[in-house]
Ligand binder design. Sequence first.
Ligand SMILES: [Zn+2]
Ligand SMILES: [Zn+2]
Length: 362
Amino acid sequence: MDITAAVARGADAPLAFETVTLEDPRADEVLVRIVATGVCHTDLVTKSVFPAELPIVLGHEGSGIVEQVGSAVTDVRPGDRVLLTYSSCGDCSRCTSGLPSYCENFVILNTSGGRADFTSPLSIDGTRVMGAFFGQSSFATHALVSRRNVVVVDRDTDLVTYAPFGCGVQTGAGAVANVMRPRPGDSVVIFGVGGVGMSALLAARALDVENVVAVDLSAERLAVAKELGASTVIDGAAEDVVAQVHAATGGGATFALDTTALNPVIATALQALAPMGTLVLVGLGEPTMDLEIGHLTGNGKAVRGCIEGSCDPQEFIPQLIAWHRAGKFPIEKVIRTYPFWEINQAVHDAESGSTIKPVLVL
Ligand SMILES: [Zn+2]
Ligand SMILES: [Zn+2]
């Protein structure tokens, strides 16, 4: 079928709306009419910093309504409301032990620009267009995804607000809920309150952590963090960020989250921890980091990474929806919606930081 997609043809070129041919579903695939899709940092860096093979259709926080299913898909039906998430193989040792975000085939399935067999479901006039980005390529009117990309939700689910749950939101919230697992008396400091950092903040508050500190360069974002329940907000440009975190947490935070992937920020985050504290890294940026080893050996601190919030989306996304419905996870306060046709404005606003979490509505 012919669909309309926002095609990336160059690192600096705007995304261009083009008519693209989408294959019919294979036996294990699901055709989804996209209703909304978030814009994630990984879309931006794939377009501009780590250019993938071009042209490519990006987008990996889609939501929508199932139109068609392959012959082997028995538990998803046309008409089902779905949130899309990252892809995983379901067969490797990590997938079968409940850790699909560490799937051995993660890179092939999510960032190769095609399916596991390197075919792409997308083409223009018979010429291949890279697709299956995070198994979905949701900057389009329709996406062809595998069954494992799909989380089926209730018919009355808000597909716009929940679209980014499948990547950015679960990345931040899962880093707190699944990796840190804080108790209410712990303290959490978050470096960088963009979409991922705000999701982490909301998860910490949903878990009844009262001492949550947000550090960012933007006064506007810090004001939103305060509104969402941060107990202390700190200007990241201040000379004494570490001292301010120590003062706010009674000697250092139990947990720190870095969303920036900037070495000076990571070094500050490590210093901001209390002895035996844990720093969790989720950012995509600098490829190596400089660590002051004495902070680890002398103070028992730990550094951990995680991807996609170390979550199984089939379990964690329903958990996030339950929190939202209970009023404990007001993610809508960081979302700004744009019509799909304004995708380049949304990308611009995400890059400039003027919008925390853009969501495109089709
Ligand atoms: Zn796997
Ligand atoms: Zn993402």
